[in-house]
Write a protein that binds this ligand. Structure first.
Ligand SMILES: O=C(O)c1ccccc1NCC(=O)[C@H](O)[C@H](O)COP(=O)(O)O
Length: 224
């Protein structure tokens, strides 16, 4: 099985081009004004047009109202909506019905009980994204560059499709993949030189780490 790789919080042509050239399956644009990765819908649309059809375009929003979502969908034409706030199952159903797009529902994780919070969304959200709880004082529900205890993922029903997220970088990716067997991974801070500033060298190193981790996992899995 190939690993889905999402590079999130893109704001520049060179970072978009690099991520896609290296094999990103998903790229994410952040629509959250407090984020250093926030982008205007029209600017995101122009960036997405460079690579449309070669990668899934993900719009990341946080408890966005309908007018905000209308504008984002109109200007960006995303393939997927990532809901990274406290959206209820009913809201997810409404969003899916109105826009006809799949939804990734994000959850923040610190302890085992946090994984149970997905239960009402099973059969509603198309995929889950597990991120770390924001550190105290953070203004951001995601993109904080912190990880959670990946061992918790062993508690998850194996049929749940998800992306692992939170503080992933070139140095910890192999361990995260080997420990969780995640079908998808997502990073933002781990490929940045400063908050909101993507680093082409770090993007390259992240994909190299992903390639190495996948081949090691395949070799390890062969004899079992
Ligand atoms: O990245 C942000 O600034 C952000 C702001 C508000 C909501 C979500 C946000 N990011 C969503 C993502 O999918 C990130 O890639 C994910 O949280 C992991 O981030 P990081 O720990 O920095 O790799």
């Amino acid at each position: 099985m190939t690993l889905d790789i999402k590079i999130c919080g893109l704001k520049t042509e060179d970072a978009v081009d690099k991520a896609v050239a290296l094999g990103a399956t998903h790229i994410g644009f952040i629509f959250f004004p407090k984020s250093p990765r926030n982008i205007e819908p029209a600017d995101a649309g122009r960036l997405a047009d460079r690579v449309r059809g070669r990668v899934k375009i993900v719009a990341v929003t946080v408890d966005a109202d309908s007018d905000t979502l209308d504008e984002i969908v109109d200007q960006l034409s995303p393939d997927i909506l990532q809901l990274h706030g406290k959206e209820s199952p009913e809201r997810v159903l409404t969003v899916k019905a109105v826009y006809g797009l799949p939804v990734i529902k994000a959850f923040s994780v610190r302890e085992a009980d946090d994984l149970k919070k997905i239960d009402p969304y099973i059969g509603i959200a198309d995929r889950f994204l597990f991120d770390a709880k924001p550190p105290a004082g953070s203004k951001l529900p995601g993109g904080n560059g912190v990880s959670f205890d990946w061992n918790l993922m062993h508690l998850l029903d194996g049929s749940v499709d998800y992306m692992l997220s939170g503080g992933l970088n070139k140095d910890n990716l192999a361990e995260a993949i080997q420990l969780t067997g995640a079908p998808g991974i997502d990073t933002s801070s781990g490929v940045e030189s400063a908050p909101g500033v993507k680093d082409l060298g770090l993007i390259e190193a992240f994909f190299e780490a992903a390639r190495n981790a996948q081949s090691e996992t395949a070799v390890a899995g062969r004899g079992t």
